[in-house]
Design a protein around this ligand. Structure first.
Ligand code: GLC
Length: 436
């Protein structure tokens, strides 16, 4: 009996201790959960963005770093894809078709807008920007961002096909820059005969999207057309298309363009031109700063002009360009919109243009003093951009382009005659468009 009391006390004490331990443990556990939850909720949101590998570099160097410094709650994860717009489009497309696409932002070529919008893969941005804000962009870029009257993409940079030429060679030979296709052939031959240069002209002849972007310029220069987006009329089996192909084939046949030109994309032609072996190049504005950089044999020796046309006609300029859209599958649409606002802002574009030589989509930047000091040809470029030709903005663009790429390539590499190839391309395109 005597030892009972202290024993009870001890039991009570231990029980208390137990409660205490459970209490301490629970508080610790809850604290940890709370802490991790707070920590997790403060983790920056990551936005995934896929783009071609050469584009990734200027993004990573400047504007992404600046954006993240200003927005510590958002990280931009750039994924480097293949260097061809159609291959990149395939990657985006398969991700959307499989569902649960990992991409929050979409860096979109101007030609993708109708297809992606029609498929329901893009957030409608129409109410996000006022008409006054939109008016600051070049109208062709905004048109290329709409589908059925709604806006799905904000232009980040424009692009326009043009003709580069060697001013030093023309001066040496006492020649003027060409105005027509015939001039281009003639001047090239003269420069080659005088042994001033190995080749006359390089263009993108490989079977891919760049072939079509280049071809519509020549087609426009001959007065032809591909598909009229208003009524889906197809113009490929008209004589102008055959003339346009004949011009390109002539450049190879006459030794003005190397036979390998039918395997070249933009970068192969740019490197060839930059090595000093060619007098004329068809390409986009990104070539300019590369050709003018320290150590380039072309520094101070090149100029640009709009693509030539047939006698009496001005040449065509293909409208390219890239813009940003938001994927409907993103869990972070607000953060994605903040990123778009920054990347398409005047500040970010200016930085991007000065670094990478891209063409702005904001009109004011074409005449910005700092930009003009670096690129004196930009004010003139705005006119070219405004008059540039859109590849047909239709939802079936990817298949339409694929048909033309295949038959054009067959004609250029002599696997089919131009007439046969274009008749087949026209028939296939009509079948596709009538179906859809
Ligand atoms: C450039 C243009 C793009 C075009 C592509 C073709 O990237 O900006 O619009 O489709 O070249 O290769």
């Amino acid at each position: 009996m005597l030892y009972r009391k202290p024993l009870n006390k001890l039991r009570k004490f231990l029980r208390k201790q137990g409660f205490l331990r459970v209490g301490v443990f629970s508080a610790f556990f809850l604290g940890t959960v709370l802490y991790s939850w707070i920590a997790l909720s403060q983790q920056p949101v990551t936005l995934n963005l896929l783009m071609t590998a050469p584009d990734a570099q200027p993004w990573q160097q400047g504007i992404v770093r600046d954006f993240e410094a200003k927005n510590p709650d958002i990280r931009i994860n750039i994924i480097e894809g293949p260097n061809a717009t159609n291959l990149l489009e395939d990657l985006y497309t398969s991700a959307f078709i499989l569902g649960d696409s990992p991409y929050d932002l979409i860096n979109m070529d101007v030609i993708w807008t109708p297809k992606f919008a029609a498929a329901g893969w893009l957030v409608d941005l129409t109410d996000r920007m006022s008409p006054e804000e939109l008016a600051a962009f070049s109208s062709a870029d905004i048109e290329g961002s709409r589908y059925e009257g709604r806006l799905y993409r904000i232009p980040m940079r424009s692009d326009v096909g043009m003709l580069y030429y060697r001013t030093d060679l023309l001066e040496q030979a006492g020649l003027e820059p060409p105005e027509t296709f015939a001039d281009l052939i003639q001047v090239s031959q003269t420069l080659q005969q005088k042994d001033l240069v190995n080749w006359g002209y390089v263009w993108q002849g490989r079977q891919y999207e760049g072939l079509v972007a280049m071809f519509i310029e020549v087609l426009e220069g001959f007065g032809g057309f591909w598909v009229n987006p208003e009524n889906l009329e197809v113009g490929l089996d008209r004589p102008e298309t055959v003339q346009a192909i004949a011009f390109l084939k002539d450049t190879i046949r006459q030794g003005i363009s190397p036979p390998g030109v039918t395997t070249y994309q933009e970068e192969e032609t740019r490197r060839f031109f930059q090595s000093g072996q060619v007098a004329f190049l068809r390409n986009w504005p990104y070539v300019w700063p590369l050709a003018q950089e320290e150590g380039s044999p072309l520094q101070g020796r090149i100029a640009i002009k709009p693509m030539v046309g047939s006698a009496g006609r001005t040449g065509g300029a293909s409208l390219g360009g890239w813009g940003l859209g938001i994927s409907t599958s993103t869990r972070h649409p607000e953060e994605a919109w903040r990123a778009i606002q920054y990347f398409t802002s005047e500040e970010a574009q200016k930085n991007f243009v000065l670094n990478a030589g891209f063409v702005p989509s904001r009109r004011a930047l074409f005449t910005d003093p700092e930009i003009v000091a670096e690129y004196p040809h930009y004010p003139q470029l705005l006119e070219v951009v405004q008059q540039a030709v859109l590849r047909p903005p239709i939802a079936q663009y990817a298949q339409t382009s694929d048909i033309l790429q295949r038959y054009l390539s067959a004609a250029l590499t002599n696997r089919m005659s131009a007439e046969q190839a274009m008749q087949a391309a026209a028939n296939e395109t009509r079948r596709l468009l009538n179906r859809g």
